[in-house]
Design a protein around this ligand. Structure first.
Ligand code: NDP
Length: 273
């Protein structure tokens, strides 16, 4: 006899499982961050978006309101500036309540051969990708501990798990984000807070088109050929879509994902295993 009841199913099977929760997404105005905001709004969350450019923030905010009826807060914020971060987090909490879900997504991935890389280049990457993740996590962590609940998801990369040439600063920053994820997961685990990293492979966003433009400019090669070469680096022969990354993030945000913590989950068509 099967005693399994409908209520035994996890929050994946509940309509709007994130209803009433507040999710803040850094770099939520476009690319992977915008796709994550769509996925979380579709699951019922109230959304806060932080990025620098107001126009793209307004576009994405309008989209979330029209498509999902979400409550949306946005604020132009440089995630390398502690004062701006502090002001925007406080205002987002005034607008949408305490933060249940933090997605540390804002990031840059510029390339430069190591012998040409100077300290300014190095610092610009580490300040945003690593220290920005630290500063934003500090904004929510104490309150999550007090409330005994939280979901922190850091967008790392496959470059956080292995080396690639010409992106030493990017690779170092994304490896470090995974180290932070694993350590904080252990410190937070008894407080109902999970901390995970998602590691996308090459994903169809501005970050990759800018990288292609950069390679084309320095090598004189055809952009279409460069894109095909990048696609063929994946066993599936194509780029990952932002929506595929977003759905993995959404799954980790569910209340029923409480036992998944300290993981670096690869979304890359088998590129890294
Ligand atoms: P995009 O360049 O498409 O978007 C980056 C987002 O971050 C934008 O919203 C941008 O807005 C914001 N951002 C950039 N700099 C800052 C800053 N200083 N302060 C606040 N916001 C900032 O990138 P992706 O969507 O591709 O990348 C998102 C994350 O995913 C990054 O961490 C990246 O490293 C990671 N990733 C991407 C992969 C890819 O192939 N695309 C693969 C693996 C990981 P604005 O410019 O207005 O500030």
């Amino acid at each position: 006899m099967n005693n399994f009841k409908k209520n035994d199913l996890g929050s994946l099977f509940v309509s709007k499982p994130l209803k009433g929760q507040h999710a803040l997404i850094t770099g939520g105005s476009r690319g992977i961050g915008a796709a994550i905001s769509n996925a979380l709004a579709a699951l019922g969350a109230n959304i806060s978006l932080l990025a620098r450019d107001n126009k793209t923030l307004i576009n994405q905010s309008d989209h979330l309101k029209a498509e999902f009826g979400a409550n949306v807060f946005y604020a132009s914020t440089d995630i390398t500036n502690e004062e701006e971060i502090d002001g925007s987090f406080n205002r987002s909490i005034d607008a949408n309540g305490p933060i249940d879900i933090l997605i540390n997504n804002a990031g840059i991935g510029k390339s430069m051969p190591f012998h040409k890389m100077d300290l300014d280049f190095w610092k610009a990457t580490l300040d945003l990708n690593l220290t920005g993740t630290f500063l934003c996590t500090k904004q929510v962590y104490e309150n999550m501990r007090e409330r005994g609940y939280g979901r922190i998801i850091n967008i790392s990369s496959t470059v956080g798990l292995r080396g690639y040439p010409y992106i030493a600063a990017y690779t170092a920053s994304k490896h470090a984000v995974i180290g932070l994820t694993r350590t904080l997961a252990l410190e937070a685990v008894k407080k109902g807070i999970t901390v995970n990293a998602i590691c996308p492979g090459y994903t169809e966003t501005d970050l990759v088109s800018e990288a292609i433009d950069n390679i084309a400019k320095t090598s004189g090669r055809d952009k279409k050929n460069i894109k095909t070469e990048i696609e063929n680096m994946s066993p599936m022969g194509r780029l990952v879509t932002p929506e595929e990354v977003a759905e993995s993030v959404a799954w980790l945000c569910l209340p029923s994902s409480a036992s998944i913590t300290g993981q670096a989950i690869v979304v890359a068509g088998g590129s890294v295993m």
